[in-house]
Design a protein around this ligand. Structure first.
Ligand code: M6R
Length: 614
């Protein structure tokens, strides 16, 4: 995650941009920068100051070399493409154009190659190409607004962008696709920021741009357009000064906000684990765990609880298939009582959002007593687990407040797949070509998440039917079997519907006795090698009266056209990344079912966010 802020007004902006950057520093602090249209005796010109490291370095730079204006943009960076140095710091310039950006431009290499002959690129970032595309389009005779919208149509990925242009000091252009962007309404001036926290003290009247929106901010008006370039009106929300309220934004619940953040949070996780410039996984040295050597490990012992356990369960398939590394998988609360035989060349890897779950901590400590090396994949970097293990691996999904885990799950899957690829590379089972293909698939996940989020209106309707049942089944095979269990867990914990997740082929060995007229059965089945088998199992329950909802892709829907029931169509995905994208509809289905039932979504009964007792 990076942080963005912009101001267009009639008063100097630099100090206020700096204030916004300080509030955004939690989103990243590799480098920071500011660009303004500066007016002096010689006229107006685009100027910038940038500094490596935290915001106070930029503040010092500005003290030594002040710059100010009435239109400006600023950025605090969490490096994705290119090292964290001053050259790669935002804003990026090309000709008359300055850009700040949060997210990943997936097709930047292709766009860069296209412009390479006529344009000089000075950074390794994906962002610089945006500035060049806009400047190039203006040079070809388009107006600034036409150049901006033409450029947006060329970009693939999940991003938020702000642009200012030399010579056009009455416009600030902004766009949102995948990454959030909030507009603050002022008097005689307007603001834009990554979230309402950035705009705190500047404005309490906030417009949250919706997916695909772009806007032109002037001092006295704001024009917003949707992805089809049609003018639209978006609701203005009055936020209190309180950070907590601002953090929930205009979402009704933290859970819904966290579900919607996932294109961005997964990007953030990806940034840590993959080098998207070269389409490779990062080396242990780059991950700052130089001694994490999967080629020296004979066995992996995965341990976790709840949702984290289901992420680990998916990872068992990945480590075994991609790295040929045998995996033991334990519910953490069971591990030490099972008294597993664990040889010294086993790596113990715990997965935990909080890093404080008592059962997972106990399992890790048990492994430490047996003399094993330990690692933990955790979201809270200051947690106990982070401190006690040999290798602390961050999730970087940001604070998760909703008790039902959502964004931590997709980040866990993302990091675990990257680690499985890394293990495959280190153990000689993944060629450079295969690594390139797998990492490319990973970098496409944020965009596919955004596409899956667009299923929400349809899911809301399907959830109404589901909310009328007291029982439900989720079925899946292969990596989608743990996902079926996660879908059932989500339903149980927030809607209180008794739901079971089963391996589709196992149902006929007993639980099929529970199938009766009208019981909802949700099948998770993208078109893969196991598709036909899952569909046969769904047919078995459909003939016994079950109401089927099939979550699949367009090709799967076509192939299973004779299966009775409803469909949810996810975007096409790579075989190995599919569980990350298919997590989105199951989360939304649980959320909207709970809303129809009127439960307390963020704080469901009997639960706690972090379970610190055995
Ligand atoms: O913080 P952790 O990931 O260790 O927590 C593990 C479980 O307690 C947690 O995933 C729980 O199952 C969630 N409520 C699931 O939504």
């Amino acid at each position: 995650m990076c942080g963005i802020i912009g101001i267009i007004g009639d008063k100097p902006v630099t100090q206020r941009l700096l204030g916004g950057l300080k509030r955004l520093e939690y989103r990243g602090y590799d480098s920071a920068g500011i660009a303004v249209i500066e007016t002096d005796a010689t006229g107006a010109k685009l100027s910038r100051r940038r500094a490596e490291g935290k915001i106070h370095n930029l503040e010092e730079r500005l003290k030594q070399s002040p710059v100010d204006g009435i239109l400006g943009i600023a950025h605090t960076r969490w490096a994705t493409h290119g090292q964290a140095n001053e050259t790669n710091a935002h804003p990026h310039f090309a000709g008359r154009v300055a850009v700040v950006h949060n997210g990943i431009i997936e097709n930047f290499m292709a766009l860069r190659a296209e412009l390479q002959e006529k344009r000089e690129f000075v950074t390794q970032t994906d962002t610089e190409v945006v500035a060049h595309l806009i400047d190039d389009a203006m040079k070809s005779g388009l107006s600034a607004q036409e150049a901006f919208t033409k450029t947006l149509k060329r970009l693939e990925g999940a991003f938020a962008i702000c642009v200012i242009i030399d010579g056009i000091d009455e416009h600030l252009f902004v766009a949102r696709r995948g990454s959030p962007l909030a507009i603050g309404i002022g008097e005689g001036e307007n603001f834009v920021g990554s979230d309402a926290i950035a705009l705190n003290t500047l404005s309490n009247d906030i417009i949250y741009l919706e997916e695909g929106d772009w806007a032109v901010l002037k001092t006295d008006n704001i024009q917003i357009f949707n992805a089809d370039d049609k003018p639209v009106t978006r609701e203005t929300v009055r936020v209190s000064g309180s950070m907590a309220a601002a953090e929930k934004g205009n979402y009704r619940h933290f859970m819904l906000k966290e579900i919607n953040e996932q294109a961005e949070t997964v990007s953030h996780t990806l940034t840590h684990y993959v080098d998207a410039f070269h389409m490779r996984v990062k080396s242990p040295e780059q991950l700052q765990v130089p001694e994490l050597d999967f080629s020296a490990v004979q066995r992996l012992s995965l341990m976790a609880c709840g949702t984290a356990f289901y992420a680990a369960s998916v990872a068992k398939y990945w480590f075994e298939q991609l790295a040929k590394l045998p995996v033991d998988l334990d519910i953490a609360s069971e591990l030490r009582y099972r008294q597993p035989v664990l040889a010294k060349d086993t790596l113990a890897l715990a997965v935990s959002q909080s890093g404080e779950t008592a059962d997972t901590l106990a399992a890790l400590r048990h492994c430490q007593k047996l003399g094993l090396k330990t690692a933990a994949l955790i979201n809270v970097s200051t947690s106990t687990m982070a401190r006690i293990v040999d290798f602390s691996l961050p999730l970087n999904a940001g604070p998760e407040i909703g008790v039902a885990s959502t964004k931590a799950f997709t980040s866990q899957l993302t990091a675990l797949l990257a680690l499985a690829i890394s293990a495959g590379v280190q153990r000689g089972h993944i060629s450079p070509k295969a690594e390139h293909e797998l990492v490319t698939a990973l970098t496409q996940v944020p965009r596919q998440i955004t596409q899956a989020l667009a299923l929400e209106p349809q899911i809301e309707e399907l959830a109404l039917e589901l909310s009328k049942s007291r029982n439900a089944f989720y079925l899946g095979r292969g990596v989608h079997y743990p996902l079926a269990m996660e879908g059932a867990l989500k339903l149980k914990e927030i809607s209180y519907i008794q739901a079971e997740g089963y391996a589709a082929g196992e149902l006929k060995h007993g639980p099929i006795a529970l199938i009766e007229e009208g019981i909802p059965v949700i099948g998770i089945a993208p078109l893969d090698a196991l598709f036909d088998k899952t569909i046969s199992n769904l047919e078995e329950v459909a003939t016994r009266g079950a109401k089927i909802l099939l979550i699949t892709d367009a090709q799967g829907a076509k192939k299973a056209e004779n299966l009775k029931g409803e469909r949810l169509i996810c975007p096409p995905t790579h075989l190995h990344t599919a569980p990350i994208i298919y997590a989105i509809p199951i989360q939304l289905l649980a959320y909207h079912t709970a809303i129809h039932l009127g439960t307390d979504v963020d704080q469901p009964r009997n639960l706690a966010k972090s379970v610190t007792v055995e």
